[in-house]
Design a protein around this ligand. Structure first.
Ligand code: CO
Length: 420
């Protein structure tokens, strides 16, 4: 199972590739692709998925017997990285690429390592416009550090300026024009046929398992591809249950979710309404009885900085699924949703742990409360424990994704307990 996760991580250098890999997995399992502009003819026992903008995906099954509710999981496909600007070639004594920050990354991690470019291009064809996924898949760029001799304060906490310090080098002046030629080659078209692009830098380092007992997994975008993969795998492994199982992966969590393919959109609510219309469920009654797991990675106790963890909330790598709590509801978990999720984990034999910010640290947020504003369902915020969140090479455990697979497979098949 760990090898499948590693293959997924290594073949998902952009949100588009991640969603494409999930779609291919669903198609291979016999799921029918639906399109939002089409009429949907949903059948009892049917298995379906749909995508939006190629960067968000939602899969569901219609039970053979009349359902009356949903059990859902939500995660995100995007990661903090650098987006390549339009007309990116900057010409000085070198050719560099103009890029823009996407999300809040740990900037220093992008320096001094081979980088490449992946995403999608929009190609003009005889039939119209085709979106093609591209991965230049070669060591193409580097963001070189300034030598210590020129920046004696580099080790005293340096403030990187993204407009100066973080511009990737791609070649000598003689390589001018290479960017559009290489992208066109990867897309199988001529440069002048490219009408648009959404291209991102990615780290060329493959996922690695390491540690004295091979207990750690490092890779890019563990936040949140680890949860996207594990919730989808749990969805696929779940036995039939009374509810409609739904697995959703949104885009743009790292920039606030407020896009048409983000959690703050109609993607989920629209699909749920159409599933209700196609199965005879009452939308409001179905939603009222449903349950959502918002799965986005959590901070493990840091080996060098234990002081940032709360006194009684110190998530351990390979210690199990982390339930996230916040009194101000930046995480949606409350007593009720925690109880339901813990019951599923007990049934699955999966360990759980808890996360809470230190009372004097604000902490982050995730897509649970944003999704809940669109579709108001009891929600639990969970994640897998990891280190170095938003580095371009993050570290987690080799066991925790398997725990989430088992927990979700159990939860999806459950007759949800009534809380009286
Ligand atoms: Co995340």
């Amino acid at each position: 199972m760990l090898n499948q996760l590693i293959t997924f991580l290594d073949s998902s250098p952009s949100c588009y590739h991640g969603v494409d890999n999930l779609a291919k997995r669903l198609a291979a399992e016999g799921y029918t692709a639906l399109a939002e502009p089409d009429h949907w003819d949903l059948q009892p026992g049917g298995k379906y998925y749909l995508t939006r903008n190629q960067s968000a995906i939602l899969a569901f099954r219609i039970p053979a017997r009349q359902p009356d509710r949903f059990i859902l999981a939500a995660s995100h496909s995007d990661r903090p990285c650098f987006k390549v600007k339009e007309n990116p070639e900057l010409e000085t004594e070198y050719i560099r690429l103009a890029v823009e920050r996407y999300g809040s990354m740990l900037m220093s991690t992008w320096l001094d390592r081979p980088l490449s470019i992946a995403g999608r291009v929009l190609v003009e064809t005889a039939e119209g416009i085709t979106a093609r996924l591209v991965n230049l898949d070669r060591d193409l760029c580097m963001i070189p550090n300034l030598a210590i001799h020129m920046n004696r304060k580099a080790n005293d906490g340096y403030a990187y300026n993204p407009a100066v310090d973080l511009i990737p080098l791609t070649g000598s002046l003689a390589t001018k024009g290479s960017f559009s030629r290489l992208v066109a080659e990867a897309a199988g078209c001529r440069p002048e046929e490219i009408l648009g692009h959404d291209l991102f830098l990615y780290n060329r380092e493959k996922a690695r398992v390491w540690g004295a007992d091979n207990e750690y997994l490092s890779a890019q975008a563990l936040d949140d591809l680890q949860c996207a993969w594990a919730t989808m795998e749990g969805f696929l492994q779940a036995k039939p249950g009374p509810a409609v199982p739904v697995c959703c992966v949104f885009d743009n969590e790292e920039v606030g979710s407020g896009t048409m393919q983000g959690a703050d959109s109609t993607f989920l609510s629209g699909a749920l309404a159409r599933i209700c219309a196609g199965t005879g469920m009452d939308y409001r009654r179905a939603v009222a009885g449903s349950f959502l797991v918002s799965a986005d990675n959590a901070h493990a106790l840091h080996p060098n900085h234990p002081e940032y963890a709360d006194a009684t909330h110190r998530p351990a790598i390979n210690g199990g699924i982390v339930l996230k709590f916040n009194a101000n509801q930046r995480y949606t978990t409350d007593g009720v949703s925690a109880a339901i999720f813990r019951k599923a984990c007990r049934m699955a034999g999966v360990p759980t742990q808890t996360y809470c910010n230190r009372a004097d640290l604000p902490g982050g947020s995730t897509l649970g409360n944003i999704s809940t504003a669109q579709v108001s369902i009891p929600t639990v915020d969970v994640g897998l424990p990891q280190l170095a969140m938003h580095s371009c090479y993050e570290t987690a455990g080799t066991k925790d994704a398997g725990y989430l697979v088992r927990a979700m497979a159990t939860l999806y098949a459950m007759d949800l307990p009534q809380v009286n």
